[in-house]
Design a binder for this molecule. Structure first.
Ligand SMILES: Cc1cc2nc3c(=O)[nH]c(=O)nc-3n(C[C@H](O)[C@H](O)[C@H](O)COP(=O)(O)OP(=O)(O)OC[C@H]3O[C@@H](n4cnc5c(N)ncnc54)[C@H](O)[C@@H]3O)c2cc1C
Ligand SMILES: NC(=O)c1ccc[n+]([C@@H]2O[C@H](COP(=O)([O-])OP(=O)(O)OC[C@H]3O[C@@H](n4cnc5c(N)ncnc54)[C@H](OP(=O)(O)O)[C@@H]3O)[C@@H](O)[C@H]2O)c1
Length: 436
């Protein structure tokens, strides 16, 4: 008897899970990778920055998994809308949830909901062409922009804001978005960390890239680059050295300017009808190591605030969820009988793509040790998922249809004289491309 597993979500965690199932199972296995979008790869497609083409090429590895005979891609099918947990448990021997972390964390300060105060999740979705966000969502008409947070997503957002449209032209940024980037009025970008350079979450390679921007001068204040103590891990020492090498540097007159700031926390986003400024308070660490305000304030006159303070998962209907950690409680990937979790939904929104591989392997080890039954007699499934979806009028996007979307994106890039591929914006355009 074949072990049938549904994996929900086709990001790295979902696809590495499918791969681990095929590799580790001692019996025949069939894996359906069920994805709400018509396209696979999760944040590799709709998160990794468009100018990071070598990282994006991880999709070429993930594609080989979807092409395995034991694996099937079912796009355009949403758990919680088209299918319930009960449907899945009636149709498969086990289910692995790998739906990632798709919403932003909140700052919890006044003015956060003003127009012009934007979650990095939305901004990233915008420049990546995610179908949840339309190309007309953002107009970069403010000369000054603040980016809150000093993690790698903040660095991506800053780079996209700092580069010219020409520099991004060979990437897969949707064409309407590229045109809007070309009309950007942004002159000054302030990237704001609430602690010091030694606490920044960005990685050295990503930080160095900011220093290589052709279109922007990067500035750091000497007093904010000071770091006490000297015994830091190599990555952090590298960050500190790079930031200190930029400190006090005079701008050389590039069209845009990036100020990387430290020891400032946002206390209010100012404005009546839209963002007109950002009020910051200088910070220090308390004896317990907590960030505390010093009572010293400054206001910067920004017209846009990009909040890049982390992603978080959303609960799936019928699946346990811990509102404190915003993850699904699990033991080595096991949630409860026949239900498992992998990726950012399992461990929270940190870690690079590769981290999800070992994470998925752990979940699969747990699953297979729970379900390995040489006789195969205790398999519970009864309702084939295809019939259920058909009954509900849902026609999943197949892997071949996804390939047709990809081909249309290649053809679009060619017709526009841009790189290898230009993303089709919107669900309709994607479905037209695969079901002409
Ligand atoms: C902006 C950004 C840039 C990044 N850049 C890099 C980088 O350059 N290099 C790097 O190594 N790491 C990068 N990362 C980290 C990396 O993307 C993550 O580690 C990884 O994507 C997490 O994998 P995941 O499968 O858990 O989640 P995701 O990649 O988010 O995949 C989840 C999938 O589940 C689907 N889904 C959600 N809900 C449902 C539902 N109800 N039903 C069906 N499907 C559903 C989603 O559409 C999505 O396809 C980046 C992260 C972000 C946020
Ligand atoms: N190129 C790449 O490899 C790449 C690219 C993008 C993303 N990623 C990965 O994806 C993961 C998510 O990245 P991320 O940047 O979203 O998250 P992150 O690394 O956790 O960074 C979040 C940043 O937001 C700050 N922050 C949180 N709450 C705040 C608040 N209330 N006020 C002010 N600042 C606040 C944090 O500061 P504190 O530290 O003080 O909390 C931190 O600087 C990371 O593991 C990252 O490495 C990798």
């Amino acid at each position: 008897m074949t072990l049938r597993v549904a994996v929900i979500g086709s990001g790295p965690a979902g696809i590495y899970t499918a791969e681990a199932l095929v590799k580790q199972a001692q019996e025949d296995v069939q894996v359906d990778v069920i994805e709400r979008l018509p396209t696979p790869y999760g944040l590799v497609r709709y998160g990794v920055a468009p100018d990071h083409t070598s990282i994006k090429s991880i999709a070429n590895y993930l594609r080989r998994v979807l092409e395995l005979p034991e694996v099937r891609f079912l796009g355009g099918v949403t758990l919680g809308e088209h299918l319930s947990v009960e449907d899945l448990l009636a149709s498969y021997d086990a289910v692995v949830y790998a739906t990632g972390a798709m919403v932003d964390r909140k700052l919890g300060i006044p003015g956060e909901d003003l127009p012009g105060s934007v979650a990095a999740t939305d901004f990233v979705n915008w420049y990546c062409g995610h179908p949840d966000v339309s190309a007309s969502m953002f107009t970069l008409d403010s000369p000054e922009v603040a980016v809150i947070g000093v993690g790698n997503v903040a660095v991506d957002v800053v780079r996209v804001l700092a580069k010219t449209a020409e520099e991004l032209s060979s990437t897969d940024v949707p064409h309407d978005v590229l045109e809007r980037l070309g009309e950007s009025q942004v002159k000054a970008i302030h990237m704001i960390g609430r602690r010091g350079p030694e606490h920044a979450k960005f990685t050295l390679k990503e930080l160095r890239e900011l220093g290589e921007l052709a279109n922007a001068d990067v500035c750091v204040r000497e007093d904010e680059a000071v770091v006490l103590g000297g015994d830091f891990p190599r990555q952090i020492r590298g960050n500190i050295d790079v930031l200190q090498s930029w400190a006090g540097r005079d701008p050389v007159g590039r069209p845009r300017r990036l100020d990387v700031r430290f020891w400032l926390r946002p206390v209010e986003i100012l404005g009546t009808d839209r963002v007109e400024g950002l009020r910051l308070e200088r910070t220090r660490l308390s004896e317990e190591g907590r960030v505390v305000g010093t009572g010293e304030f400054e206001t910067i006159p920004v017209g846009m605030v990009l909040r890049s303070v982390g992603y978080q998962s959303v609960p799936l209907p019928g699946v346990p969820f811990d509102e404190r950690s915003m993850t699904v409680p699990n033991e080595a990937g096991r949630i409860r009988e026949r239900e498992y979790v992998a990726g950012w939904l399992k461990r929270g929104p940190t870690g690079v793509i590769g981290t999800n591989k070992s994470d998925a392997a752990e979940t699969v080890r747990t699953l297979l040790s729970d379900l390995s039954d040489p006789t195969g007699h205790d398999r519970l499934r009864s309702a084939p998922i295809d019939a259920l979806l058909h009954e509900r009028g849902v026609r999943p996007v197949t892997y071949d249809e996804w390939l047709a979307i990809e081909a249309a994106e290649g053809a679009l890039a060619k017709s526009l004289g841009r790189g290898e591929r230009v993303k089709l914006a919107g669900l309709e355009a994607m479905l037209r491309a695969c079901r002409p």
